[in-house]
Design a protein around this ligand. Structure first.
Ligand code: ATR
Length: 282
């Protein structure tokens, strides 16, 4: 019988996960279908129960349900629990288990393009929302050296640091303070929505103090090159978009559901094609 997977969110029409996963299922030869489900917050609990009742095998969770779904699951992986967000749910041992593959997807993509070990590197995370927490805590679990936070609201940055489940050195700064000392960082991770379509002419912070050779990773993938990436490149930085993070969070979910490793190069091509189509149609 065909296996059923999906993604729940509100809105959901924009999601690129269905095309990416349906193609991946076909490539590995699994008879499965991945559907985008539009679930409003008031229906989240019923949706999770309904998924169980009709025998869905696993699903992704996106905005605005990543935190709200936690109490509705049977088990939550410790890293996802400390992040406070679940993006992948797997049917296992007669119940739903929640995981977070956003942080590990990010770290995998960063490691691939950064090339050398992250050990001992001085990092800065811009932003202190859900995405920043997933990335910060996963980097801390992976044994990163020092990770500072820059956020518009400094208290939120401090809260993020204080909630980190593993000890890691780091301080919380305002965005202006971080911009003044940008030369101390080897890796900068941009996690806010600033620069995303349609407001592509915005940047979270000035990069004139950036060190030559710094690696800047922006988790935005639409556009594939944000304003801060363009400016950082002009100052001699290496840059990456959020495309790899998106592909790897999906690939890690796929592995949890199927036990198989999908072709991530192919997944990347599928997402790129979709982005192009979107931009042509808009
Ligand atoms: P996500 O789950 O995508 O990380 P979020 O939890 O809403 O989204 O977090 C958004 C992050 O982007 C926050 O760090 C937010 O800063 P505040 O904590 O000060 O709200 C940051 N952010 C969003 N819009 C911003 C803007 N216009 N200027 C500065 N920071 C902004």
């Amino acid at each position: 019988m065909k296996k059923l997977f999906g993604v729940i969110g509100d809105p959901i029409a924009q999601s690129m996960s269905p095309v990416m996963h349906n193609d991946a299922f076909e490539r590995v030869g699994i008879d499965a279908y991945y559907h985008p489900f539009h679930v409003q917050p008031a229906h989240l609990s019923a949706a999770v129960q309904g998924m169980k009742a009709i025998g869905v095998n696993g699903f992704n969770v996106t905005i605005p349900h990543k935190a709200a779904i936690i109490p509705l699951l049977d088990r939550v992986d410790p890293l996802a629990k400390s992040i406070g967000a679940v993006n992948t749910v797997v049917w296992e041992n007669d119940g739903w288990t929640g995981y977070n593959t956003d942080g590990s997807g990010f770290v995998r993509g960063l490691q691939e393009e950064y090339g050398t070990s992250l050990e001992g590197k001085n990092m800065l995370v811009i932003g202190a929302g859900g995405a920043a927490r997933a990335i910060y805590y996963t980097l801390a679990f992976e044994g990163a050296g020092r990770i500072d936070i820059a956020n518009r609201t400094v208290e939120k940055g401090l809260e993020l640091l204080n909630g980190c489940p593993v000890p890691v050195e780091g301080a919380a700064f305002s965005v202006a303070e971080a911009a003044e000392q940008l030369e101390v960082y080897d890796i900068i991770v941009q996690t806010t929505s600033i620069g995303m379509v349609p407001l592509t002419d915005e940047s979270p912070l000035p990069v004139d103090r950036l060190k030559q050779g710094t690696f800047l990773s922006d988790i935005i993938y639409n556009p594939l090159e944000t304003k801060i990436m363009r400016e950082a490149k002009l100052r001699g930085a290496r840059v990456q978009s959020g495309l790899k993070m998106f592909v790897y969070q999906g690939a890690l979910a796929f592995e949890k559901w199927t036990g198989l490793t999908p072709d991530t190069k192919r997944m990347e091509e599928v997402v790129l094609n979709q982005l192009e189509e979107k931009n042509v149609n808009n």
